[in-house]
Design a protein around this ligand. Structure first.
Ligand code: PLP
Length: 274
């Protein structure tokens, strides 16, 4: 079953109109929520970010977050999803194609579940990455359906045998194409501040909380490509990739090319939460 508007229904009953603004303009927003043992992890944080993204583009959600939360949990239960993800999106609805907001439109909500194992191989062994210029727009804090910048960056990573692209504006590292980036240097963590240049990742937030609990100092400060290449440890975070060590950047090993001590400790603490 899927969620379409405010109903759980069979996938074949959901139709996307050819003039849906999400389809034509990417005029909409989304969330990806992890489900562990049948429970949506940090659901309220995702819903709050969904509301914030909607507010930032003046998109009126058709019903409140409480109702949405109930429907999503019903969806997970109905589909008997134990481990996987919920994909949730809304578009500004259907209207004759024209750039400005339509006078009248009804946003379209869709959600569906996907079964997925945790990425244990990458969590254990780490991933290879490459750096690329960040060609995206200047409101990366909005989880918008416009993902072409991320799609192109991820595709290039794949073509180079890498699992993620680490993006930079001039010399400043911002985030990954679908992840936030942390580095460790001399026992301290650094990550880009949560401003308009990055998505304010839920997993990033979890790591900040865990680090505070564990007494690991963190600076929410932008760092450079040179800092990245000189880091003791680098890792990326996201809902689907959790806390994944980076063992290689642009063909150069990070540290001794194996996941470091800090990332291992954070991973262990994260496992206690899920
Ligand atoms: N940054 C970008 C650009 C993303 O697309 C994502 C997730 O999709 C993240 C960071 C990580 O965010 P979260 O931890 O909320 O999944």
């Amino acid at each position: 079953m899927i969620l379409f508007h405010d109903q759980l229904t069979k996938r074949e009953n959901a139709q996307v109109d050819i003039e849906d603004r999400g389809y034509q303009f990417g005029d909409g927003i989304y969330e990806v929520i992890r489900v562990y043992n049948g429970k949506a992890f940090r659901l309220q944080d995702h819903l709050d970010r969904f509301q914030r993204s909607a507010d930032e583009i003046s998109l009126q959600l058709p019903y409140n977050l409480e109702r949405l939360s109930q429907l999503l949990q019903e969806l997970v239960q109905t589909n008997q999803l134990a481990d996987g993800t919920v994909y949730l999106q809304t578009s500004r609805g259907v209207a004759p194609r024209s750039h400005p907001f339509p006078e009248e439109s009804h946003s379209v909500i869709v959600a569906y579940t996907v079964e997925a194992e945790r990425p244990l191989n990458h969590l254990q062994n780490g991933i290879r990455t490459m750096t690329q210029p960040d060609i995206r727009w200047l409101r990366c804090d909005i989880k918008s359906l416009n993902l072409l910048g991320a799609v192109l960056a991820k595709q290039k990573a794949k073509e180079h045998g890498c699992q993620e692209s680490i993006l930079h504006r001039d010399e400043t590292v911002t985030e990954g194409s679908s992840t936030n980036v942390f580095l460790a240097k001399d026992g301290q963590l650094f990550t880009h501040p949560a401003n308009n240049l990055i998505l304010h990742g839920i997993t990033r937030q979890v790591v900040l909380e865990l680090a505070a609990d564990m007494g690991i100092p963190v600076k929410e400060e932008a760092f450079t490509l040179q800092d990245l290449h000189r880091a003791d440890e680098v890792f990326i975070t996201s809902t689907t990739m959790e806390i994944t060590p980076v063992i290689e950047i642009d063909g150069t090993p990070v540290g001794d090319s194996t996941p470091g001590n800090l990332v291992r400790r954070l991973q262990a603490a994260f496992e206690h939460q899920i």
